[in-house]
Design a protein around this ligand. Structure first.
Ligand code: M6R
Length: 609
């Protein structure tokens, strides 16, 4: 969703802002703008459309400036238009905003703004209120403080003033801002990706602190302006560079191909002597032994990772586990107490639904662990404990390596719990986890056969509807596979527990409806295969992803459109199968000529409820 960038230093701000806005494109947006400060005041350039359109607009007549702010907007209040794009300028103030101001209508009334507003946004109202206070007090921090006290909602606000040509101010509530300094320059952004290789050291602006960026330094004070606050810097070992797609046509393909390495990097730091180990995170064993139920909260792909964990927790730990859409969690009156371990899963660490659910769970006494990819993100900060996936930056909107690294951490947690609860001996734990250490190698075998999957993908290129069927863990895998296909190919696709077909859905199966079946679970494969037969007999063409050791049992006349997945223990077959389904979705989207990395209507970081 919306992205923010700010720069003040010795270099040309326009180029830095435009380049950084490009790095923010992956979040999803529909308009973009920048504001530049110079001795004459603040100059705003903004436009509905892509950053490339903004570049065109800024080609000529833009003053030299070393201080500015920029924004990519994902419309919430007001349609997609030049006027609604950020930055919003009112009097002496220009600002960009992420989040939602819930009481903007009250503010319009309170400050008599009705006749002054030219856009339909909540943001312009904030700019007008801030200008009102700035005119009164002529002190940026004090004007921001007074404005913030008027606001209800979530916000990351980044402001420049037309008489402060080398200064940027910011403040936030929930919506994140990361900041850094390098060689006398200051950069800030809504997420670390936009810092784009300038540095791999940054800090997250603490909530309700006012940051003043001037003279190459950032100073932080609490909202009352009474206390200085020390920034807590984080260093990441990601390559925050601009190398981009590394020769691949899309980030999605690059990120699918990176999975073996990402999983190895995620698993290795959490293994000691063949056993899972979270001492580096400071997670006490009591958090695992002291709980009598587990609850996973997450959205989208991260929630699908939770569903795989649900199967493992139930079958191995024999414990009660709920997996909830974070957006539904607090409205479902969940049972929570100090014996509940809540696991919040999120790639970005900023998904507002997950963050709100986590806050709710903690306020009801639950203990929490977050599985997060982005260091220092809100969910990471607000959870009792955090385990980071080392997937590196995930830019494509469709989540791939985040999912499989989340799964890796979940396997490690289940193994740790099984060991601590005495369900597994150390030897059994080692045997279980030896499957996990084999995953990178097994995944490579699937990735090496991507051309085969590309061929298979052509079979569903022109389909209007696709069904994906399987049972048990295979069904969980397909929920994720079907989300992938939907979001990047725009083909309507549903995952069904295949035993359920005959209770209604099979009415939709015709020759026009390709069916993707995943068969990897030895215990239930005979039943899965008979469900495949049911759809074949109704004319459906079937694409079959089958585990190698089961493949010989597929009759010869049903071997067309079959992809053989390398063998792993059943509980781990989710890994090779998911990679195959990711590639399937990817190739369909690519062959349809879509912008694979930026599917329509979607945003990478979802910061509105
Ligand atoms: O950043 P998060 O993992 O919290 O994001 C959750 C979902 O928005 C995300 O997984 C979404 O479903 C992806 N686009 C799926 O590919």
């Amino acid at each position: 969703m919306c992205g923010i960038i700010g720069y003040v230093g010795s270099q040309d701000a326009k180029d830095i802002l435009l380049d950084s806005l490009e790095l923010l494109e992956y979040r999803g947006y529909d308009s973009a703008g920048i504001a530049l400060a110079d001795p004459e005041g603040v100059h705003v350039y903004k436009r509905a459309g892509r950053v490339q359109d903004l570049r065109e607009l800024c080609k000529e007549g833009v003053p030299a400036s070393t201080c500015g702010i920029g924004h990519t907007r994902w419309a919430t209040h007001g349609g997609v238009s030049d006027r609604n794009a950020h930055p919003h300028q009112k009097g002496q103030v220009a600002l960009v905003h992420n989040g939602i101001i819930e009481n903007y209508r009250d503010l319009i009334r309170k400050f008599n703004l009705e006749d002054q507003l030219v856009s339909e946004t909540d943001t312009e109202v904030v700019a007008a209120v801030l200008d009102h206070y700035y005119r009164k007090v002529q002190d940026p921090a004090e004007a921001i403080r007074r404005t913030v006290l008027q606001l209800k909602g979530t916000f990351a606000l980044v402001v420049i003033f037309d008489d402060k040509k080398d200064e940027i101010y910011c403040v936030r509530n929930v919506s994140p801002i990361v900041m850094t300094t390098f060689d006398g320059n200051i950069m800030l952004a809504s997420d670390v990706t936009a810092l784009g290789g300038y540095t791999n050291r940054y800090f997250v602006l603490p909530e309700l602190c006012i940051a003043t960026c001037a003279g190459g330094e950032i100073s932080l004070t609490d909202l009352a302006g009474e206390k200085e606050v020390e920034p807590e810097y984080i260093t990441v070992d990601w390559e925050l560079n601009r190398a981009g797609k590394n020769g691949y046509p899309f980030y999605m393909e690059k990120e699918i191909m990176e999975q073996p390495e990402a999983i190895a990097k995620t698993v290795e730091p959490h293994m000691t002597d063949g056993l899972s180990d979270f001492t580096a995170e400071g997670i006490p064993d009591e958090i695992f032994t002291g709980c009598d139920r587990v609850c996973i909260i997450a959205c989208g792909t991260a929630m699908h990772a939770g569903l795989v964990a649900q199967a493992l927790v139930q079958s191995i730990l024999r414990m009660h586990i709920d997996v909830e859409y974070a957006s539904e969690f607090m409205y479902s009156n969940p049972v929570l107490d100090e014996k509940t371990l809540v696991i919040a899963i999120s790639q970005s660490g900023e998904t507002i639904d997950t963050l709100s659910a986590l806050r709710y769970a903690r306020s009801n006494g639950a203990k929490s662990i977050a599985i997060v990819n982005v260091r220092g993100s809100s969910i990471a900060q607000e959870s009792d404990y955090v385990i980071y996936t080392n997937a590196g930056p995930e830019i494509a909107v469709a989540s791939t390596k985040a999912y499989t690294t989340q799964l890796s951490i979940l396997y490690l947690i289940v193994a740790r719990m099984a060991r601590l609860k005495g369900i597994y001996t150390p030897e059994e734990t080692r045997a279980f986890l030896s499957n996990l250490t084999k995953v990178p190698e097994v995944m490579k075998q699937v990735l090496d056969k991507k051309v085969e999957i590309h061929k298979i993908a052509r079979k569903i290129l022109n389909a209007k509807n696709v069904f994906m069927i399987g049972r048990g863990l295979d069904y969980s895998i397909l929920l994720e596979g079907s989300l992938k296909l939907k979001e990047v190919s725009y083909i309507h696709c549903e995952a069904y527990a295949s035993g359920e077909l005959k209770h209604g859905t099979i009415a939709l199966i015709t020759e026009e409806t390709p069916v993707v079946a995943v068969v990897t679970q030895e215990k239930i494969f005979a039943k899965e295969l008979s469900n495949v037969k049911e759809v074949r007999s109704r004319g459906a063409s079937v694409i079959l992803f089958v585990k190698e050791s089961l493949a010989s049992q597929i009759p010869e006349d049903e071997q067309e459109n079959i992809f053989v997945l390398p063998d792993m223990a059943d509980a781990f077959m989710v890994m090779p199968a998911s990679v195959a389904l990711q590639l399937l979705a990817y190739y369909v989207s690519q062959d349809k000529g879509f912008d694979v990395d930026k599917p329509r209507n979607l945003a990478k970081v979802v910061t509105v409820e």
